[in-house]
Write a protein that binds this ligand. Sequence first.
Ligand code: F6P
Length: 555
Amino acid sequence: MITDLVLNSNNKYNENYLMDTTLEGLAQQLQSKSLLQLFKDQPNRARYFTINVGGVHFDYSKNHITPKVIQALCDKARSQNIGGAVDALFSGKYVNTTENRAALHTSLREPKKDSEHSSLVQDTLNKMDDFVDKIHRQEWLGFGGRPIDTIVNVGIGGSDLGPRVVTQALFDFRKKNINLEFIANIDGADLADCLLELNPQTTLFIVASKSFTTAETISNAINARQWMLDAGCGRELLQQHFVAISSNIKAAKEFGIASDNIFPMWDWVGGRYSLWSAIGLPIALEIGMERFRELLAGAHSMDLHFRDTPLEQNMPIIAALISHWYSIYWGSSSHAVLPYAQRLKALPAYLQQLDMESLGKCVTHSGASVTTPTGSILWGTEGSNGQHSFHQLLHQGTHLIPCDFIAVKQTMSEYDAQHWYLLSCCLSQSQALLQGKTLTQATDELVKQGLDTQEIDRLAPHKVIPGNRPNNVIIMEELTPFNLGELLAFYEHKVYTTSVLLDINAFDQWGVQLGKELNDGILQALETGEINDNWDDSTIQLINYLYAAKNEQQY
Ligand code: F6P
């Protein structure tokens, strides 16, 4: 890649028209330059604006950027001391400044080394290895003496979404004798639906909660335990059906989980960065430890790239800078993630937590109010489904919504022809956003259809598609554990880089706490009907309404 860039830096691209090289100035000057024109102006643009890392290929050429823009953005990153921030992350400095903690998820995927963290990580991996082996060898028996064949992960947020996205993505690598389920929601329907088909004698629950205080998880775990007892499992045999993953070992034990069945995690691993820890146990059970280690190795390879590569060729840093460019200098407030791979359909939900819980902040590290927008609204769904719902807004709506298209080059699906169709959908959507359709083109098409002039004039404006809409295309060679590890670590580092650019803490989530705090009072009011007069009228009315309905149901 370095050779490519050196070669390309000698290309004939002339940027002299960009006189004002401040980011504000560049944005203003590029407003009047179309993406298509940028492609015409710069030979080898696609090659110039592509970065490959391992099995992940990142083409960011369809953006309102030029080499000068990238330079100015990199300068901004330098002025925010991105180098120091990356060092701080990897060396275990307290980058989570409000909770006085490190965020050492990168050490979870580092090969063994001589450090305290590393031995904790390796011991836990070994413990996972033993457990997974026993389950796979059918040596872990349920209360009826039959081997466990069904695992239910009970967790929410980072204790759910990471394992969920990875196990779905790597479905083709699954061990076929394990049935894996996830429950997260406090809505009892989630638990009830899951339990419907399960055999308690061969089911094991993983209670996954870093804090072991999360209401959803604890409620579901309590009801799962009761289900097990009701099915005839003696209390003394519950340990054959429950394991926990937590940094709150005391609470897990108090719940009744046997010490040997508790897999530790640590305060230096944030919930949404935790799939690489024992929180990944469902992944290891689904695909085996060897494959789980490949996932870690892929993430580690992206870590090294992020840590050691100059900014201009650094995939997560460039991705973050481009998002920042649109958010701060082009007024975009939303970003779509469009995986053209059914196996990656859970990716937008996973990235929503990663990105929005990390970057949805309104004060800087010092506590001062931010003066620019922070995290964007991240959303999306799997292609090609999205094309038949919201893509219309991407093509002809009025919002600027940069998109990430994600596709996989080689499919493991037996329906090969459909795979090529899927890939063509992905590329054609990306191209359509870029080129759009002009009034002349729309008019010509209508002329060809033989419509009269009046009808052509009436219809043509509706058929104009503005185009000029930026997007990235990320192609994975294959959806393997290694490449997936790279992709997820890419997004983690993109998020961290954005937090550095914005000077905000990517590792706390105080906003989530308020709802949890208020919940206790509301729950009590719903149970007793006792209202706090200081509450707002809307909340009081809603409680009264629901409380009355509850009483009616009882009679
Ligand atoms: O929603 C807030 C949050 O704290 C997330 O950050 C976290 O991933 C999730 O709840 C679950 O937390 P825990 O693993 O402690 O149950």
